[in-house]
Write a protein that binds this ligand. Sequence first.
Ligand code: SF4
Length: 217
Amino acid sequence: MEAPTQKYWELRLQSCKAALEKNNFEAFIAQTPAEAGQIVIDQILPEMNVKSVSWGDSLTLYETNVLEFFKKDSEINLIETFDEKASREEIIERRRNALLSDLFFSGTNAVVESGALVNLDMTGNRVGGMVFGPKWVVIMVGRNKIVSDLEQAMDRIKNLAAPANAIRHEQKTPCVKTSYCMDCNSPARICNIWTIHEKSYPKGRIKVILINQDLGL
Ligand code: SF4
């Protein structure tokens, strides 16, 4: 007999996929990050004529290694917006250009099981690409990001994802010391812009790959 938790996640991911599709997202299920990367190459890319690619910061995306595929393709303009060797001014300019890329990758902070994506950004370059500009968006998401409703999504983000991200980036914010949100006024505050994608518009512009593992923050 299939392990109960295996069956549980199979059902939960299928249900989430169906809800996303009802909301005009194109949705896929992968068992591993590597499989998610392969879905991009085998099933998503062939329908596009991609000349430029960029991405928003996402640990889940990095796990898939899909960016390596584009790095090897000299025909693709890969807009690297996290290049530590580039100046801050150069990074901002690249992030502006990234909003006009053909294909934009990102993670998401939460997926509501009714089929919506919820995110909170510091500067907006990540959610900006999800909202408008790039022709296509691919979201990589681990199963641990699935929540029951919007309230749970916001709670997850403010009290887990945001403090953990602040810790990851060694920000000088109070949550780095408390582990939970203090609704700070810090100049380093990473919580500035909320987005809720209730549906993908146009239909199919945003593709979501649900990965059957706990990934990212
Ligand atoms: S608002 Fe401030 S304290 Fe709260 S999670 Fe964001 S950065 Fe941390």
